[in-house]
Design a protein around this ligand. Structure first.
Ligand code: ATP
Length: 345
């Protein structure tokens, strides 16, 4: 059974404005972690609020498992949808200790069993022995794991994660993400994450949907969407990329760095996306166009070079050993085919 199905939901806040969510459809598969990722204002929160039951759509329907919770005149209130929700700001009760915060999620369980179950859940999220602390005596990552324990306590079939890691510093964010994903997988919980952070979506989710202007532009595994963006917007939103207008001749196209293979055959004018990490820097080669390094960005673990071919600039990621300096002549080789994309940047 599909844990979540959204069918053509639309929400327009003001008649004169474009719809915040525009005929959006989506199915999340059992035990899947799905991320909706998109820029600020694209409609992520509105989508999440409609699924949770905090907001009513103007049209469309929402199914949780085999139950219609929204649409066709039906509106099941949020508290009756049996969905777990983890918010960005943890939303823990500051006056309760950790174990009582988790027990709050167990109010349907007989009182005598609650504490033991809460302690079990704390163990599951890696917080054994911290039950008697107050939330403010924990780090941000630990507080977020308490919030997770509380929301999974009633054993929801489905959990919504609303930018849950964005208040954490980068190191803690990666670690907390990893731990949360492990718990979701161990407990076989289906989850929908909304985030504006492309790295988070790519590393956390089994599948992602890139959202813009109330619509999902592309859905697929992180690898599919990152490596084969269907539009210039998706290519740019998920990371740095080089976009070139080129003339395709079937399997190949001419680019500023020379002839490149294409990810799929095409003829005529095309827009190509080439990730900087799919390019290699090499000593000047007589058979390849000659470029000049115009900038060098050192980032510790790697180096990004900007290489100029006439009036075109190309970004190339290289490893930390890269010897090339600004002003030097180089060739740029390609490790992967160029991806044919559509749409404006
Ligand atoms: P962010 O990442 O900044 O939270 P978002 O992708 O979650 O953005 P939403 O909060 O869903 O986007 O907003 C989508 C659009 O709807 C935006 O243009 C926003 O200004 C508008 N909007 C959201 N809530 C309301 C409201 N209550 N009344 C009017 N317009 C709203």
């Amino acid at each position: 059974m599909t844990p979540l199905r959204i069918d053509h939901i639309t929400r327009r806040y003001l008649p004169s404005h474009p719809a915040a969510v525009d005929a959006l459809s989506l199915q999340v598969q059992p035990q899947e972690v799905f991320a909706i990722v998109g820029p600020s204002g694209c409609g992520k929160t509105t989508t999440l609020r409609i699924i949770a039951g905090f907001e009513r759509p103007d049209a469309g329907s929402v199914w949780i498992g085999d139950r219609l919770v929204e649409g066709d005149g039906v509106h099941v209130p949020a508290e009756k949808r049996h969905i777990g929700i983890v918010f960005q700001d943890y939303a823990l009760f500051p006056h309760l200790d950790v174990v009582h915060n988790v027990m709050f999620g167990l109010h349907q369980m007989p009182r005598r069993n609650r504490k033991a179950r809460a302690l079990e859940l704390l163990e599951m999220v890696g917080l054994t022995g911290m039950g008697d602390r107050k939330p403010q005596q924990l780090s941000g990552g630990q507080q977020q794991r308490v919030a997770l324990a509380r929301s999974i306590a009633p054993m929801p079939k489905f959990i919504l994660l609303d930018e849950p890691f964005s208040n954490l510093d980068p190191a803690l964010r990666a670690e907390t993400r990893h731990q949360v994903k492990q718990v979701l997988k161990e407990m076989k919980i289906t989850a929908l994450l909304v985030t504006h952070d492309q790295e988070e979506a790519l590393s956390f989710a089994d599948r992602i949907g890139v959202m813009r202007d109330g619509k999902l532009l592309q859905v697929g595994t992180p690898q599919q969407v990152y490596n084969h963006p269907a539009s210039a917007f998706v290519a740019n939103f998920l990371g740095r990329t080089n976009l070139f207008n080129a003339e395709a001749t079937g399997e190949h196209a001419a680019t500023p760095m020379g002839e490149m293979c294409l990810s799929c055959p095409a003829k005529g004018p095309v827009l190509l996306s080439v990730r900087p990490e799919h390019l290699r820097i090499a000593p000047p080669h007589p058979d390849e166009p000659l470029g000049t390094v115009v900038s060098r960005e050192f980032k510790g673990h790697d180096v990004t070079l900007k290489v100029c071919f006439g009036d075109r600039q190309v970004l190339v990621h290289t490893d930390y050993t890269c010897p090339y300096q600004v002003g030097q002549s180089v060739s740029v080789l390609h490790a992967e085919p160029a991806v044919v994309v559509t749409g404006d940047v």
